[in-house]
Design a protein around this ligand. Structure first.
Ligand code: HEC
Ligand code: HEC
Length: 291
């Protein structure tokens, strides 16, 4: 039950209606010719470049996604009735080159409502490339649209910060002088995607990945438990690195062994889903004043 364990990534944010008929894939905002699906238009050229994916693979992946996945996971992978948001899925966010996603696509999760899709390995790689563009784009949603990121109202941003961020951060504590460390563009990327954008990234934000490690506790049937930095998780295996540096790997079968995952950025990330674009601009405008 990886989905339930993975930090409630699924309960977050609004879902979009699932696509059913072929015609339904033509959402608003189609710009690449009449035949383009929402999945194709959802991968902007800037995000493809930024995420360092192969544009041809992404284009193929978009078509495959529309055909095989959109009906359940939504036209742009933000979730559909009964199927999780893949853009915010930790499994997708933590994926590198399909290591985590591919097993799900090879086998499906037939007992959990996802039938085995019959895809070849190259097709799986193409869908993975498209998904990585989506997660990259979600982390940089505003930075593409505004050249000058400091368009917000710093006063309103400060109010928002005090109400929503102040429980974990302080302008005179951990965030003191943050505007000296990052230019405004990087600063915005930094707080929108503290882990530095695994799909790639740019500037100082990308070079300084968060120190906030995801940890996991594995409890074996005999009661013994092992905790450490989460190194790997998929349906069949979990690996953690214990504080003493030892790498421990366990086979998983269903809910055995018991796995608890702790992500220090969970609350930070959940908050980001609730932000409006105006909040984003205002908060960035405020953070830029923390020199
Ligand atoms: C019939 C509906 C359906 C289809 C079609 C489908 N999925 Fe799923 N998918 C689900 C459901 C339901 C889950 C949640 C399973 C669970 O609870 O573990 C899921 C889970 C996933 C996950 C794991 C997410 C996580 O965070 O654990 C990934 C990745 C995924 N699907 C990708 C895809 C891709 C890519 C396609 C197309 C090739 C696809 N799915 C097609 C219903 C579907
Ligand atoms: C529940 C706690 C929590 C909340 C609420 C929260 N954050 Fe965070 N935030 C964190 C953690 C944990 C990190 C990771 C710190 C690290 O990487 O060392 C982080 C990282 C950051 C960073 C990067 C810091 C750096 O030095 O690079 C910024 C900027 C930031 N948050 C701003 C915000 C803003 C703005 C809000 C409100 C919209 C917010 N956070 C809400 C916990 C939180």
């Amino acid at each position: 039950m990886i989905a339930a364990l993975l930090i409630g990534a699924l309960q977050l944010m609004g879902q979009e209606p699932a696509v059913t008929g072929a015609g339904a894939t033509r959402g608003p905002g189609v710009t690449r010719g009449a035949g383009a699906s929402a999945a194709e238009t959802a991968a902007s050229a800037a995000a493809i470049a930024g995420s360092k994916q192969d544009p041809a693979a992404v284009a193929r992946g978009a078509k495959l996604y529309t055909q095989h996945c959109a009906g359940c996971h939504g036209a742009t992978a933000k979730g559909g009735p009964g199927a999780p948001d893949l853009v915010r899925s930790l499994l997708v966010l933590d994926d590198e080159k399909g290591i985590l996603i591919a097993p799900v696509l090879r086998e499906g999760r037939p007992d959990k409502g996802m039938p085995k899709p019959n895809l070849t390995e190259p097709q799986i790689a193409d869908i993975v490339a498209w998904l990585h563009v989506q997660t990259y784009q979600a982390g940089h949603r505003v930075t593409y649209e505004f050249k000058d990121v400091v368009t917000g109202n710093a006063k309103k941003g400060e109010e928002y910060f005090n109400a929503n961020c102040g429980s974990c951060h302080s302008p005179t504590g951990d965030l003191a002088g943050i505007a000296k460390r990052y230019d405004p563009f990087s600063l915005q990327g930094r707080w929108l995607q503290p882990r530095g954008g695994r799909g790639g990234g740019r500037g100082a934000a990308a070079k300084a990945p968060s120190k906030a490690e995801i940890t996991a506790t594995v409890t074996l049937p005999n009661g013994q438990s092992v905790s450490g930095k989460l190194e790997h998780i998929d349906d069949f295996n979990i690996a953690v690195r214990e504080p003493n540096g030892e790498y421990r790997s366990f086979d998983r079968e269903g809910d055995t062994p018991k796995v608890e995952i702790h992500d220090p950025l969970k609350a930070h990330n959940e908050l980001l889903h609730k932000l409006t674009d105006a909040d984003i601009h205002n908060v960035t405008a405020y953070l830029v004043t923390l020199k």
